[in-house]
Design a binder for this molecule. Structure first.
Ligand code: SF4
Ligand code: SF4
Length: 239
C-alpha cells in the first residue's frame, strides 16, 4: 500500500499556500498564480536550475535558492520579488546579453523571444557590462533548421526535449565555462546527424533565435510549443 502524500503549508510573499511533499517552490507558486521568472524551465521538461532567474529568498537561509529545483518544506517563508532579487535577475539578463551576440533588430525571433521579453519585463534597458562579441559559428547544414550559437543562452531546453520527449538525444553540450556550446551528436554538423529525426522540437522550445527554421526572415520565427503539454499529458494517460 502506498503512503498518502503529505501536505506542506508555507508562505510565499506572505500568502498562505500549500503543496504536496516533493513539489518544488516553482510548482507551488504557479499553482497559486505567483509568477517567478524563468528561462531554462519549461513545463513538460525536467527542471535544470541552470538560468538562476528563479532564485528566491527563504527566511533563515543565507543563500538564495533556485525555486525550480528546491522542494517545499513545512513552514517555509519565501520571498519571490524583493528588490535584491530584482537586482540579481537584471544582472543575469545583462550578462546573457553581454556574453554573446544578441542583435535583436536582425534576429529571426525578434518580437517572439523569451530573452527579449524577460529583459522588458525586468526593466533592463541598457547593459552595464562589456560586450564580449565572441566569434561563433552558424551551422546551417540541416535541410530545414539552423543553429546560430551567437543567440544561444545555454538554457539546455533543446538538449532535454530531444532526450526526454523525442528520445533521440541528438543534442548535448560540450566544453566548459565560457567555451560551452550545444552540439549535435559528438560535434558533427547538424545536417550529417544519424540520430536527428528532424522533428523540430528543439527549435520550438528554444527561447531565442539560436534554433530556427530556415527561410524565416527577421521577426518571423514564432515558436510553437503546444505539442509539449499535449505529449506529456498523453504519456500520463498511458501510464
Ligand atoms: S530536430 Fe528533433 S531529433 Fe533533431 S535535434 Fe531537434 S529535437 Fe532532436
Ligand atoms: S540552442 Fe536554444 S534551447 Fe538550446 S541551449 Fe541554446 S538557447 Fe537553449
Amino acid at each position: 500500500m502506498t503512503s498518502p502524500q503529505s501536505i506542506k503549508t508555507l508562505k510565499i510573499n506572505d500568502i498562505h499556500v500549500s503543496g504536496v511533499e516533493g513539489q518544488t517552490i516553482l510548482n507551488v507558486a504557479r499553482e497559486h498564480d505567483i509568477e517567478i521568472p524563468t528561462l531554462c524551465n519549461l513545463e513538460g521538461l525536467s527542471p535544470s536550475g541552470s538560468c538562476r532567474l528563479c532564485m528566491v529568498e527563504i527566511k533563515g537561509s543565507p543563500r538564495l535558492l533556485p525555486a525550480c529545483v528546491t522542494p517545499i518544506e513545512e513552514g517555509m517563508e519565501i520571498s519571490t520579488d524583493s528588490a535584491r532579487l530584482l537586482k540579481y535577475r537584471r544582472m543575469i539578463i545583462e550578462l546573457l546579453f553581454a556574453e554573446r551576440n544578441h542583435i535583436c533588430a536582425v534576429c529571426v525571433t525578434n518580437g517572439h523571444c523569451d530573452l527579449q521579453n524577460m529583459a522588458q519585463r525586468l526593466g533592463v534597458d541598457h547593459i552595464r557590462f562589456t560586450y564580449r562579441y565572441p566569434n561563433l559559428p552558424v551551422d546551417a547544414s540541416h535541410a530545414q533548421f539552423a543553429v546560430d550559437h551567437n543567440r544561444c543562452i545555454l538554457c539546455g531546453r533543446c538538449v532535454r526535449v530531444c532526450d526526454e520527449i523525442e528520445g533521440a538525444h541528438t543534442r548535448d553540450m560540450c566544453c566548459r565555462g565560457i567555451e560551452t556550446l550545444i552540439i549535435t551528436d559528438l560535434g558533427k554538423p547538424w545536417g550529417t546527424s544519424d540520430t536527428c529525426t528532424s522533428c523540430g522540437k528543439c527549435v520550438n522550445v528554444c527561447p531565442t533565435g539560436a534554433l530556427a527554421e530556415k527561410g524565416k526572415s527577421v521577426a518571423e520565427m514564432a515558436k510553437r510549443r503546444a505539442f509539449l503539454p499535449y505529449l506529456v499529458m498523453r504519456r500520463e494517460v498511458r501510464k
